[in-house]
Design a protein around this ligand. Structure first.
Ligand code: PRP
Length: 206
């Protein structure tokens, strides 16, 4: 039996593969996988999904381990074991608005893929805002007049910059995390311990 690892597709996938290779794991079958969503290597089964679905597969024990952004864990609070931080996927959660535009004095509207994080951020500030949930390309919302600002992750800052937005306040630092199914960790201890140890070795000491 091979451990099953659910991997967030896209940017985290690329960064994870580089990291995994640096730990001397074989990633050859994972390169050029085309549109395949399930790939087996000598040692592992990998499944590829969107971040929030990675947590669902791990929560249900379909995947033993998952590689997911901490932003997803903060927003959805899945019932998984938050095992370890990984040295990639570093980003900030930030409130941003159009450059040069005054922040209106009335009740503000904020667009975000992260309504729970946004709600908590403004609750702590003691400010009541209207939140509009979007699924992506959130930077469009202030430009098109749907919202006064956005709460979103900023990695390189390129998307903000190229769309004329600036950070007003950055308030969380996140990285990728390795999560685990709670029972798999106990039941499949012998199978999972070596991979968890290997991942841990790749994480620089704080
Ligand atoms: C994320 C995020 C920003 C962008 C930030 O979106 O929501 O839009 O990346 O990255 P940057 O600071 O390096 O430019 P993603 O690429 O996941 O796509 P989405 O907008 O469709 O969610």
């Amino acid at each position: 039996m091979k451990p099953c690892i659910a991997l967030t597709k896209g940017r985290l996938e690329k960064q994870f593969l580089e990291f995994f290779q640096s730990l001397d794991f074989d990633i050859a079958p994972l390169l050029n996988k085309g549109r395949k969503l399930r790939v087996e290597t000598e040692e592992f089964q990998f499944v590829f999904a969107k971040g929030v679905d990675v947590t669902t597969y791990v929560e249900h024990g379909i995947a033993d381990l998952g590689i997911v952004g901490e932003d997803i864990l903060a927003e959805f609070q899945p019932d998984v074991f938050n095992l370890l931080p990984l040295p990639f996927g570093k980003c900030r959660m930030a409130l941003a608005a159009e450059k040069g535009n005054d922040w209106p004095e009335r009740k503000r509207t904020i667009a975000s893929k992260y309504p729970n994080i946004t709600k908590e951020f403004f609750r702590q500030k003691g400010e009541s805002v209207d939140i509009v949930k979007l699924e992506g390309s959130v930077e469009l919302a202030p430009i098109l007049g749907l919202a006064d600002g956005i709460v979103d992750i900023v990695e390189t800052g390129t998307t903000l910059k190229e769309n004329g937005l600036v950070i007003k306040e950055a308030f969380h630092q996140y990285s990728a995390r390795c999560i685990a199914n709670r029972s798999s960790l106990k039941i499949k201890k012998d199978l999972l311990a070596p991979v968890v140890e290997a991942l841990q070795k790749g994480v620089p000491a704080p």
